[in-house]
Design a binder for this molecule. Structure first.
Ligand SMILES: C[S@@+](CC[C@H](N)C(=O)[O-])C[C@H]1O[C@@H](n2cnc3c(N)ncnc32)[C@H](O)[C@@H]1O
Length: 464
């Protein structure tokens, strides 16, 4: 029986647009079903209190906030919604998160179109923040400085194994933007990778201080470099293929410096870019082969089947999941249902989530999550840190997956307990595995608590 079928029987409740199995699941996981069922009903306002943005640090913070304040202030909002952006302090001001009214039309705002703010949920931000900072470690003295792994290497290497559309990737690149760092994003989906390239170009490159004026042929020097690989994360690093490198900051910046602002490329420009990416990929590959053979002769045992593998100081495995905790996904699924009572009677079960409620699909998904997590762990340097996260509330996809890895690598894999003490709320709790964190989706319109999506995260380390 699937996890979703284990909850209390709520059959006395009025007919629902949400399947009974899924209602049981949400009831088990602190989700206010009454509010959830308002989604998409005519005449009902959006039940989600906020949307979140993150400031792009490439712009002057004061100026960005001035523009955002003005735009939010001019937006007509009902009831208790905020009339100005509210800083989300529990995550730390350096991450630049602000809560806006859910009804604020972000996509058409100047703040967004100009690239001054990213639209990003704050729970997702917590995943990146927990990985790169030790401020959220329960015992920071035991886990050392947050850059301890990086201090020993001359360049910080970050791997985002399921990176698209790229919001956590950009947050991590922003964090290291003044340091010599390489942030590698990997994703198996071509369309999602195309979107990721657009997002990286919009936020990271179009406003880069590193791009030199047009008509210079020298390659600009970006301190933090982003590379994107379109390939299966479960085998990344073991079958390095240069054609899988689809984006590199150095090549993109060169394009900007030679031709001015990066535009949609024509056929010959695309061919030139491919050639340049191939050169970069083979240079990097040779460099990684040399550095791992020189520095780390015992890496083969850490990375089965992958001699000369490139290892990382930080790895994020934000795995594919059933997305049942994401407010956006809940809303999309429920809106595709009907509000017509006649139709609703005929089709009482409109909302389904097969990845969660069909045992076979759930098993396949969990298997993928384990392979992604193990692949990420294999690519982690000894002394490095890894975060596994999903936007699902399911124990099978979260705590059980992490427990499986800890049991498989008892000698070197350990849990780094995390907490967000500044975020006192019933919406954030410790997971059923000690030290892990669960965010419950924020549907409470009344309380103005600065939380968003449902999210799970676990932080792990690899012993030296
Ligand atoms: C939760 S999303 C990642 C969101 C992303 N980290 C962000 O913050 O924007 C999960 C991603 O995993 C990708 N994915 C699924 N299977 C994969 C695989 N085998 N290898 C790499 N990526 C995979 C999906 O294409 C999807 O983009």
């Amino acid at each position: 029986m699937s996890e979703a079928a284990n909850g209390d029987n709520l059959s006395k409740d009025p007919p629902s647009r949400i399947s009974q199995e899924l209602r049981n699941f949400y009831a088990e996981h602190n989700v206010d079903l009454a509010r959830l069922e308002q989604v998409g009903k005519s005449g009902e306002s959006d039940p989600f209190p906020f949307r979140f943005v993150r400031l792009n640090p490439r712009f002057d913070r004061g100026e960005s906030l001035k523009i955002l304040n003005k735009e939010v202030g001019e937006h007509k909002v009902e009831g208790k919604e905020p009339h100005k952006p509210i800083p989300v302090n529990w995550i730390g001001s350096e991450w630049g998160f602000f809560a806006l009214p859910a009804s604020f039309p972000l996509a058409s705002s100047e703040s967004f179109t100009s690239g001054r703010v990213y639209g990003m949920d704050v729970s997702s931000g917590a995943g990146a923040a927990a990985l790169l900072s030790n401020s959220f470690d329960t015992n920071p003295s035991q886990t050392g400085d947050h850059n301890s792994a990086a201090d020993i290497s001359d360049e910080i290497r970050v791997l985002d194994l399921c990176c698209c559309p790229g919001l956590k990737l950009c947050a991590m690149a922003d964090h290291f933007r003044d340091q010599k760092a390489t942030i590698i994003g990997v994703d198996v989906s071509e369309p999602r990778m195309a979107l990721c390239k657009k997002i990286v170009t919009k936020y990271q490159l179009s406003h880069s201080d590193d791009a030199e004026p047009a008509n210079t042929s020298s390659i600009p020097k970006a301190k933090a470099n982003i590379q994107l690989y379109c390939q299966d994360g479960t085998s990344f690093g073991t079958n390095w293929k240069e054609q899988n490198l689809v984006f590199d900051t150095r090549s993109a910046l060169e394009d900007i410096s030679v031709r001015g602002k990066r535009k949609r490329m024509n056929k010959s420009a695309r061919a030139r870019e491919r050639k340049r990416l191939k050169e970069i990929a083979s240079e990097d590959w040779t460099r990684s082969q040399q550095s791992t053979t020189n520095e780390d002769s015992n890496q083969e045992s850490q990375a089965p089947g992958a001699p000369g593998i490139l290892l990382f100081d930080y790895v994020l495995v934000d795995a594919e999941c059933s997305t049942d905790g994401s407010l956006k996904h809940m809303k999309e699924r429920l809106k595709s249902g009907t509000d017509d009572p006649k139709q609703a009677e005929e089709t009482t079960v409109i909302e389904t989530n097969d990845m969660l409620t069909d045992q076979r699909q759930l098993d396949e998904l969990v298997d993928l999550q384990k392979r992604l997590l193990e692949s990420g762990y294999r690519l982690l340097k000894p002394g490095g840190k890894l975060v596994y996260s999903t936007c699902s509330l399911s124990h099978a996809q979260n705590e059980n997956v992490v427990k499986w890895l800890l049991e498989k690598y008892p000698d070197d894999c350990y849990s780094i307990p995390v907490n967000f003490l500044n975020a006192k709320s019933t919406l954030i709790v410790e997971g059923t595995l000690k030290g892990t964190i669960r965010f419950y989706p924020n549907l409470a319109k009344e309380d103005m608590e600065l939380f968003g999506d449902g999210f799970f995260l676990a932080k792990l380390g690899k012993r030296e």
